[in-house]
Write a protein that binds this ligand. Structure first.
Ligand code: FAD
Length: 455
């Protein structure tokens, strides 16, 4: 074994696999229980990782790679470091090669294991992202403040997405003002629905394993329909571009009782597992605009999330680690309320966001930021507990993107590195963007802010 592929590096075009397979190289992949238990992971999150990894290992074998795949049921190593040391002992490789890990702690574990076993470790840049760490260093050097909007504009100019001669197509860089439409009182009407994939045999085996082995973990598996292969991820992308991208901008912040998916892409998990490359996602969205199939406000809004926010938070994560996870600028120390794990609360906005999270492993950005995040911030919950919850319950949760969003954008624990101000919003935005407040138990408790206070 000399090639190491982590559970969120499921890219057949990865630099570590380039020009292979080679007869004397074997790919090592491992499922380790610690990854599911270090935070109390949602069953759907565990199942998605395991199923996608197993499908990926199958693809590698079909392409002629030798794969040493350590399935959870068949090995007893408690953590990644122990599993890797045992693999090095077994294979006696000359060196180990891998694409840089996405998570700080994982990178350290691999480095230590290789150093302990005296095997050279070669780390390759992650070509999945549009920017390298060096690009970000150049961008930030000499700047007093890191503002996402500035980073995003530079990314637009450099990449050429929605740009003509260095200027934004349509005349404005950011069309967010247009992206705050609420649904009419009659509701959202007929929605495109979810692009789901019925579990195949391999996924069904994983679902049974997760139900058995992680029986006491939160969340349901009944609605499991996430893309677990590259083919399915590409289908999900095409489905989004055709059916939901046109409404993505207008209704990006809207919420409605009983509606989990609305016009969102639901592609974050496929992107974070590397089943999709952000370039092909951006290309598809911009092509839809060029062909007149999606309006500029929708496509610009979507491009900003991927080309701007997604790249930006990754750099912020690496620039802030290892200290980020312990930051607590507002000195908040309350425990996370138990209803975050059950969804049992009479406040409708929270019940909806938490209920769908536990059913599916998904909530959209405004639910994460303005409902569950805002509630934690107002209650003074300790940021580290909020972080552990967000990392546990979403199928797309990986630390490099979850932690800066939770600790920076949502909880202001970083003291303002990511956002210019805390998102201590009033409940009025929730009232304006949803039908949650009209049927709320706290309806009679004065205005929306008074309801939040009473809660
Ligand atoms: C507290 C909190 C925790 C979050 N945790 C995660 C996480 O663990 N993993 C994760 O991928 N995203 C996270 N986000 C960002 C965002 O909420 C999700 O990416 C999005 O809701 C996923 O749903 P979607 O794929 O339908 O996204 P869409 O609404 O369709 O957006 C398109 C894509 O843009 C990217 N994106 C959008 N917003 C952000 C953002 N703020 N940061 C980085 N990328 C973004 C995602 O790749 C997403 O798939 C978090 C946000 C908050 C406020």
């Amino acid at each position: 074994m000399s090639l190491l592929v982590l559970g969120d590096q499921l890219d057949l075009g990865s630099p570590v696999l380039a020009d292979g397979p080679w007869a004397d190289d074997c790919v090592w992949m491992a499922e380790v229980a610690e990854e599911s238990t270090k935070v109390w992971s949602h069953k759907a999150r565990i199942a998605l990782f395991l199923s996608a990894m197993r499908h990926f290992a199958e693809r590698l074998r079909e392409r002629g790679w030798q794969v040493d795949y350590q399935a959870l049921e068949r090995h007893a190593h408690p953590d990644l470091g122990a599993a890797l040391r045992a693999a090095i002992e077994r294979h006696q490789p000359q060196s180990v090669r891998m694409v840089e890990a996405g998570e700080y702690g994982v990178a350290r574990i691999v480095e230590h294991a290789c150093a302990e076993m005296r095997v050279p470790l070669r780390i390759l840049d992650d070509s999945h992202f549009l920017t390298t760490h060096a690009d970000f260093d150049r961008w930030q050097s000499g700047r007093k403040q890191w503002v996402m909007e500035h980073f995003y504009r530079e990314m637009r100019r450099k990449s050429g997405y929605l740009t003509a001669s260095g200027e934004p197509v349509g005349g404005e860089w950011n069309l967010d003002k247009q992206n705050r439409r609420a649904f009419p009182k009659s509701g959202p009407g007929i929605l495109p629905g979810r692009c789901g994939f019925p579990p195949d045999t391999l996924t069904r085996q994983v679902l049974e394993l997760v139900e058995r082995r992680f029986a006491d973990h939160p969340g349901d598996l009944d609605a499991f329909a996430w893309p677990v292969t590259r083919e399915q991820a590409l289908e999900a992308l095409a489905d989004f571009i055709d059916l939901r991208l046109p409404g993505f901008g207008d209704y990006q912040d809207a919420m409605w009782v009983g509606e989990s998916w609305l016009y969102h892409s639901q592609l974050a998990a496929a992107l974070n597992l590397k089943l999709l490359d952000p370039r092909e996602v951006l290309d598809a969205a911009v092509a839809a605009f060029d062909a007149g199939r999606a309006p500029l406000n929708a496509v610009e809004g979507f491009v900003r999330q991927i080309l701007g926010w997604r790249e930006y938070v990754r750099h912020l994560y690496w620039a802030s680690m290892p200290g980020l996870l312990d930051e607590n600028a507002l000195d908040a120390h309350q425990p996370l309320p138990g209803f975050y794990w059950t969804g049992e609360t009479e406040m409708v906005c929270l019940r909806e966001a938490l209920g769908q999270t536990l059913r599916t492993g998904y909530a959209h950005h405004i639910q994460r930021l303005m409902v569950t995040g805002l509630c934690g911030l107002l209650l003074g919950v300790e940021p580290r507990q909020m972080h552990a919850w967000y990392l546990a319950v979403y199928v797309d949760a990986v630390e490099w993107v979850e932690a800066p969003n939770t600790l920076g954008m949502s909880q202001f624990a970083d003291g303002g590195r990511l956002g210019t101000k805390p998102y201590v919003a009033s409940g009025r935005y929730i009232q304006r963007m949803s039908n949650y407040c009209g049927t709320c138990h706290f309806e009679g408790a004065g205005d929306v802010d008074a309801r939040f206070r009473r809660f």
